[in-house]
Design a binder for this molecule. Structure first.
Ligand code: AMP
Ligand code: GLY
Length: 443
């Protein structure tokens, strides 16, 4: 697609996805003077639903030929100039391949690029071929071979469903017995469906985690301010992994030299390796890293904005988001100008009791408006919906991303916790210790 193209003055946008990441994106997209109509998916959460017009066509999931045809026709007839794809599933299912044209930009990689996230075995092979530092590991589609490998290697390890499992298909195991049970759960019980047809078994790394997200236009890599996410459900990083319980940005862990190493040793070789595989990668390249004593190593790649990371990122983003995403998709990102607010943003995720396991839905949520009256606080919705009587009720495990901006991390985190305390629904819980691992280093 042509580079150095002029960004249209008005653009109708179709935003794909219905969660917290998409509410944060829609909030910034709505502030762009270029926005014509913002179309959103049906089934959007109650916050996102206030910002856009529902698209009448089926957008996500496995689309039939008829649905694909109708969606393309809808985009043509409504002059959609930019499609922004939030979640990984539609990317892996080829929505970009379906909708991109010479005139219509699609933010998010093609199915071939999305494989980097959707197939952890492929990602490992690509990293090995490009000498990108990552945990040593092997991929198995045979249950017995996986078991033998675990028994032979002994000690701790990490077992991962190779396919997409909403951030939950990873089990960090202390002992071979735990690892064997994890393989049974993923491969035999198919706890994550076909995502568990094969598993990656890798060495267990220790250290602080860092999420480095970059915009990539096929060639140019623009690294965004680094974030730290908190995946485990319990305070002190205990319990099962979730999609993310809270994140803040920027993090003092990512010093300038470290970011330069990540750029040189991880992002550039990965984009180059993708290009060698014939992939012109356009969208977000998200490297989930462990900062080990021997340097940063990749735990996983994602091909989209992280959730919740997108929420603190968007709350600090300064610029015209439509222009930036359009230019990324058009291959002329180097002409885009944007910046980040100098303050720190912290998002604390308010969840439904039971998450990441089973949880109830339909619980009435109160206090969002009061929380948003606090200085620097914005509440992004994730798993919420509007009941027939107009009240906002829970509809997911991660319900709200309560986000606060302040001059430093501790104040931002404390403010987000205080805002969470103003919000109430039956069974609500959240971690109060987002950022603690870094705050403890500083004291
Ligand atoms: P992933 O989806 O691969 O990023 O894994 C989810 C979470 O599991 C990560 O954020 C880490 O907390 C943990 N994890 C994944 N791989 C490893 C590893 N090799 N060593 C230690 N922890 C890991
Ligand atoms: N927060 C982690 C993810 O989006 O995968």
């Amino acid at each position: 697609m042509a580079r150095n193209r002029r960004v249209p003055e008005k653009i109708n946008v179709l935003l794909v996805g219905t969660g917290g990441r998409e509410h944060a994106l829609a909030w910034r997209l709505s502030q762009s003077p270029r926005l014509g109509t913002l179309w959103i998916e049906r089934g959007a959460n109650a916050g996102l639903a206030t910002l856009g017009t529902p698209c009448p066509e089926q957008v996500s999931g496995t689309l039939s030929n008829n649905e694909r045809f109708r969606l393309g026709k809808f985009c043509d007839e409504n002059d959609i100039g930019l499609v922004v794809i939030g979640p990984e599933d539609p990317l892996a299912n080829g929505l970009t391949d379906l909708l991109q044209t010479e005139e219509r930009m699609v933010f998010g990689p093609t199915a071939a690029g999305a494989r980097l996230e959707a197939d952890k075995g492929y990602a490992k092979t690509l990293m090995r071929s490009a000498s990108v530092p990552t945990a040593d590991g092997r991929t198995f589609d045979n249950h017995e071979f996986a078991r033998t490998y675990i028994q032979q290697r002994g000690g701790s390890c990490v077992v991962k469903a190779a396919g997409l499992a909403a951030g939950k298909g990873v089990v960090v195991c202390q002992t071979p017995e735990e690892a064997l049970a994890a393989v049974d759960h993923i491969m035999d019980d198919r706890a994550y469906g076909d995502a568990g047809a094969s598993v990656v078994i890798e060495e267990r790394l220790e250290g602080q985690e860092l999420s480095v997200l970059a915009l990539v236009d096929g060639r140019t890599i623009s690294v965004l301010d680094p974030c730290q996410d908190h995946k485990q459900v319990g305070e002190g990083d205990v319990g099962p992994n979730t999609g993310g319980m809270g994140a803040y940005c920027p993090t003092p862990l990512a010093r300038r030299e470290l970011m330069a190493d990540v750029h040189r040793d991880i992002l550039i070789p990965t984009v180059d390796a993708l290009r060698r595989d014939g992939v012109d990668f356009r969208g977000v390249l998200y490297a989930g890293l462990m900062l080990t004593p021997s340097g940063p190593k990749v735990l996983e790649f994602n091909v989209r904005f992280g959730d919740p990371e997108c929420q603190p990122l968007m709350s600090r983003f300064q610029g015209d988001l439509i222009e930036v995403l359009w230019r990324t998709a058009a291959g002329c990102l180097s002409d885009a100008e944007f910046d980040f607010d100098g303050r720190t943003a912290c998002t604390v995720v308010l969840c439904s009791e039971g998450y990441p396991g089973d949880y109830s839905k339909g619980r009435v949520i109160e206090g969002i408006a009061q929380a948003e009256k606090m200085d620097g606080v914005v509440v992004f919705h994730s798993g919420t919906t509007r009941a027939e009587d107009g009240t906002v009720v829970t509809s997911g495990g991660r319900v709200l991303g309560v986000t606060a901006l302040a001059d430093d991390l501790r104040t931002a985190r404390d403010r987000a916790n205080a805002a969470c305390d103003l919000i109430d629904f039956e069974g609500a819980f959240h971690r109060r210790d987002i950022g603690d691992r870094v705050l403890q280093l500083a004291t």
